[in-house]
Every structure is written in C-alpha cells, then in structure tokens.
Design a protein. Structure first.
Lengths: 160, 245
C-alpha cells in the first residue's frame, strides 16, 4: 500500500493527464470527480512499477478503463448528456484550436485514444498497443481510420 | 499542422480537485483497512460456526474443488470437480442452464457421466441443431487440466461429431478475469479475444450471444482459431455489428 506522500506526488504529476483522458471520454464535467477518485484509489492499492514510464502507462490504461466503466454503468446508459467542452478548458488559448478538439471528440472512443496517445503524449504505435492491450495491426487500423475521419471533419485539411 | 492537439495544454486538474482526491483516497483507504479487519473477524466467526458442518463426511457444495469445467452452447454452466472427480457444485449463468440443471441430478456424478446425461437429454440435444458446445477446462494443476481435456474429448466423441464440440484448457488469468464478469470461463476466453480486436463491444453484450455467434464475430480476425463447426458463419446473420473496427 502506498504512502500518503507517494499518492500526493502521483496526483501532482499525473492529475492533468488523467483530466485530459477524462475530457476525451466523459460527457459531463461532474463525472470527472468520480473517475479521478477511482483512478487514484486504484493507484494507492496498485502494483509496484518498474519505472516512471510503466507507472504512467498503467495510469493511462486505468483512467481509460475507469471512464469506460463509468459510462457503461446503468445510470449513464439511461441518461443522455451533452458534452461540455467549455467546462474542461479552464483557460482558453488566444489562438484556440477547438475545432480540432471537437472533431477528435466526435471520433469513436478507441480512435480518440490512439489520436491522443500518439499526437499528444507522443507514444509510438507499438507502445499504444501495449498500453491499450491491443494488437499492433488493430492500432494501425484505428489510427488510419481516425485520420481519415478527422480529415473529412476538418474540411479536407490533413490532421498532422 | 504543428502539434494538432496543442489545445489539450489548457486542460488542467484544479487544485481543489487534487486536494479532494487526496482526501478521498486517504479516507477510503482507511475505511478499507477497517473493513478488512471486520471482514476477517466475521470470516473467523463463520468458520467456527460452520466447522461441524464442513467437517462432516457428507459431500456439500463447500467441498474443495480441484478443477472447473464450463459448458456453453446456449445454456451456460460450470461444474466444480473434487479430487475424486465428482461434481461438488454447479454454477449456472443463464435461465436455460438453470432450467436444465433443475431437472437433472448431476451432483456427485463424474464429469463424464454428467456430460453423457446432458447430451442424452432431449432439450439439451435440441441446442445442437444450430449450435456448438464449447468446453473450457481449468485446474491449478496443468496435468489435471490436460487429463480432463483428453477424457472429455473422448467422452464427447462417442456421442457427437467433431463439428459439434470444441474443448480448450483455460489459463489462470482468463479464469480469474471471467469471475467478476459473471460469465463462464470458456465463453469469456472467446469474448476476451473479440474485445482485443474490437473494443466497441462490451462484455455484457457479448456474454448474451451464443458460441456460434461469438465465433462468427471472431472469425474475420482469427480465421485459423475458429473450430470447424463454426467456420464460415461470419456475415450469416450471427450478430456482427459491422463497424469494422
């Protein structure tokens, strides 16, 4: 079981990342608290990590699964809620690129994950396959399809 | 486009959320610790009370088991087997299995005898008209798993054609993962594979499908691992979502 200091350090280090993953998946800002608490509670009782990379990858996977579990709960399946993008972006950028974020949010959840992990977190395809515990070819396919859909949504502009 | 997702830079966790999360985790961990102590106390008490019952020579569902055998065709069930190869507990996963088990006396039989009785039952036999029996075998002891696998295959071969059944041994990881999903391990083995390729399916959704339907969904991804009796079913109305992901 991890010490309070270890948990506090992890929250400091990974809170923003978990928040971004919540943004990718959650339909309401108010759901984030539940997912957040769940993720770090799992971390508190979680396994030993080989290194910081292993720890980060574990937290990404657990966060994605926590969002998925939350969304597939009985209540969430019965109640349709709207995305609240503005709530997530605390300080909108001067040169905001929300069009791209909205387009990413419109993708299927597995496509959203690969786009985020590759283009924001900088993971390679093999690493994404390891994190999501999926076949490398599956990740390649998801990436390809996600890019095609994004290009269409962005009026023919290449995503990269 | 440079850093297409740069707007993610503006998404942060608030200090309040971090603080509340830390408080929650610390408090909850403490509660868990107390709960664990309380649960151990209760468990000890139950053990003391139930000792005379457990130590009696008659067999009960509390007898330790050494292997588990799951049978899925549409009725979905698991047999828990003791050292003497007798069934000490039967777990059902759907109404069809429940009905089937209620009318048959399978406890205390060996697994071969139980399978034999089941296959001879008219209602169970009817499922073979458009179904295939998936058998999953698990034991901590690999030799035991393999021995049971051989025996069950032999037993099924005398009653069914090769296309009507498929046996596989289940590893501990799959067995452990199947338990919280309330799905038989044999079925879960296939469900896990499907989700590995297409995460748009949910375990809950897939566990409602028959084995033929599950193999039909899996076939495009792993054509070589499909049992002969289920090959070529993909696209024949066996529940494929067609999302292609």
């Amino acid at each position: 079981m991890r010490t309070e200091e270890e948990i506090q350090n992890a929250i400091e280090l990974y809170a923003d990342m978990v928040r971004k993953i919540c943004f990718l998946h959650m339909k309401q800002n108010c759901d984030v608290d539940d997912v957040f608490q769940n993720v770090f509670l799992k971390y508190a009782n979680g396994p030993e990590f080989r290194d910081a990379e292993h720890e980060k990858a574990w937290l990404i996977r657990v966060s994605i699964n926590a969002c998925k579990d939350h969304l597939t709960s009985w209540f969430r399946r019965k109640v349709e809620l709207n995305n609240e993008l503005e709530q997530f972006i605390a300080t909108p950028s001067q040169e905001t690129n929300s069009e791209v974020l909205y387009a990413v949010l419109k993708l299927k959840k597995q496509y959203r994950n690969v786009i985020y992990l590759h283009y924001y977190e900088g993971y390679k395809i093999q690493e994404i396959a390891d994190i999501l515990q999926r076949n490398v070819n599956t990740i390649h396919t998801w990436m390809k399809r996600a890019k095609i859909q994004l290009k269409e949504m962005l009026g023919g502009e290449d995503f990269e | 486009m440079n850093r297409p997702l740069r707007d993610f830079d503006h998404i942060h966790a608030s200090e309040q959320l971090k603080k509340e999360t830390l408080t929650y985790v610390i408090q909850h961990r403490k509660k868990t610790k107390y709960k664990a102590v309380f649960a151990i106390g209760i468990a000890m008490l139950c053990l003391l009370i139930s000792y005379p019952i457990l130590s009696s020579p008659s067999k009960s569902i509390n007898d330790p088991y050494v292997a588990v055998v799951s049978l899925d065709i549409n009725p979905s069930m698991e047999f828990y087997i003791d050292k003497q190869d007798q069934i000490v507990e039967i777990k059902t996963y759907n109404e069809e299995a429940k009905e089937m088990i209620q009318s048959l006396e399978l406890q205390q039989l060996t697994i071969d005898q139980a399978i034999d009785l089941l296959i001879q039952d008219e209602r169970y036999a009817a499922y073979f008209e458009d179904g295939m029996l998936e058998v999953g075998i698990y034991s901590d002891d690999d030799k035991k798993s393999e021995e049971l696998n051989q025996r069950i295959q032999q037993c099924l071969s005398t009653r069914l054609t090769r296309n009507q059944f498929h046996c596989s041994t289940i590893d501990k990881e799959t067995r452990d993962a199947a338990i919280p999903q309330h799905t038989s391990m044999g079925k879960y083995r296939v469900i896990e594979k499907i989700i590995g390729y297409d995460s748009s399916y949910t375990i809950e959704e897939l566990s409602q499908y028959s084995m033929v339907t599950l193999y039909a969904i899996l076939e495009p991804y792993e054509p070589n691992s499909i049992p002969p009796g289920c090959r070529g079913m993909h696209g024949k109305g066996h529940g494929h979502k067609g999302n292609g992901s």
